[in-house]
Design a protein around this ligand. Structure first.
Ligand SMILES: Cc1cc2nc3c(=O)[nH]c(=O)nc-3n(C[C@H](O)[C@H](O)[C@H](O)COP(=O)(O)O)c2cc1C
Length: 282
């Protein structure tokens, strides 16, 4: 005679085991650390330094974007090739990636700023990969220009990706990068730890003579900037003060009329250090 009670108890045990396995799988899936890929292009290794810092702080996978025909000429040759590509409306072909992008929850996407936006190898990459639905954290290095325009361009190019707040640093300030990356990763919730709360910038006001001198010292003899500070807003930051100056281009030829164009120049003045500009937003 078949023992129904025994069968029921065997079925029940199997059911409970299966349920426990499913529950374990779900809990592993929900508690697991996010998979992060640091994907970057760098011609002269400044951006690579930032990529490696992020990669090592997060224990993330890291991969360099490699153009099929590398930009291995000098600065002037690179500028010429870049101008030609822009005129022709072409983007460089990229070697296939080793990483399977589908395997990652976050992609940190790094690049130098060229011609005011992400360098052409990133444009080449965006032609070949599908980043719809991805969470992307942009980071960049630049001579003076800043991150913002490239983020606007990324958002326009990738309307179905989520572009998260990014990080940018002047190549000349690369020594400040590790501490800034630490704060950036903690602010974004990628690392645990406290981040000092920073106040909002003050109202904009006309510059004082002292602030004008501080601006001149920060800009120094940087060849791309020849400007006079007119207005400023500021805020205290740990160890000093951060300023946003509105500055007007000065004519290179003293006889010429005053140009109308203005720019915002961010300056950091830390106690015991010379003031430096951190980015220029035109
Ligand atoms: C072709 C070219 C164009 C550039 N255009 C800009 C620019 O528009 N704005 C800027 O701030 N820096 C510009 N730069 C400077 C680079 O962004 C900067 O040197 C960067 O840190 C280089 O990064 P890498 O060493 O990772 O290649 C340009 C550099 C090159 C080679």
């Amino acid at each position: 005679m078949i023992n129904l009670v025994a069968i029921n108890s065997r079925v029940m045990k199997k059911f409970l085991l299966a349920f426990a396995l499913v529950a374990l799988t779900v809990s592993c899936a929900t508690n697991k650390a996010p998979k992060i890929l640091v994907l970057y292009y760098s011609q002269t290794s400044t951006t690579r330094t930032v990529a490696e810092e992020i990669g090592s702080r997060l224990g993330a996978d890291i991969e360099a974007i490699v153009p099929a025909v590398p930009y291995d000429g000098d600065y002037q040759a690179t500028i010429s090739r870049g101008i030609q590509e822009r005129e022709e409306g072409t983007v460089p072909e990229i070697r296939p990636l080793a990483a399977d992008l589908d395997a990652y929850d976050y992609i940190f996407l790094g690049y130098p700023i060229w011609f005011g936006t992400y360098a052409p190898p990133i444009a080449g990459l965006l032609e070949t990969v599908d980043l719809d639905g991805k969470k992307i954290v942009p980071f960049c290095t630049f001579g003076s220009g800043g991150l913002d325009a490239s983020v606007r361009d990324l958002k326009a190019k990738l309307p179905n990706a989520e572009i998260l707040p990014g990080y940018g640093v002047r190549a000349a300030r690369i020594d400040a990068m590790p501490a800034e990356i630490d704060r950036f990763l903690k602010t974004g919730g990628f690392l645990e730890g406290e981040v000092p709360v920073v106040e909002e910038f003050s109202e904009v006001r006309p510059v004082t003579e002292e602030e004008s001198a501080l601006f001149d010292a920060a800009v120094g003899d940087y060849p791309m900037i020849h400007a006079k500070a007119e207005e400023v807003s500021s805020r205290p930051v740990p160890g000093g003060t951060e300023y946003i100056f509105t500055a007007r281009d000065l004519p290179r030829d003293p006889a010429a009329e005053m140009p109308a164009s203005t720019m915002k120049i961010h300056v950091l003045a830390e106690e015991g250090k010379a003031p430096v500009f951190t980015q220029v937003v035109r």
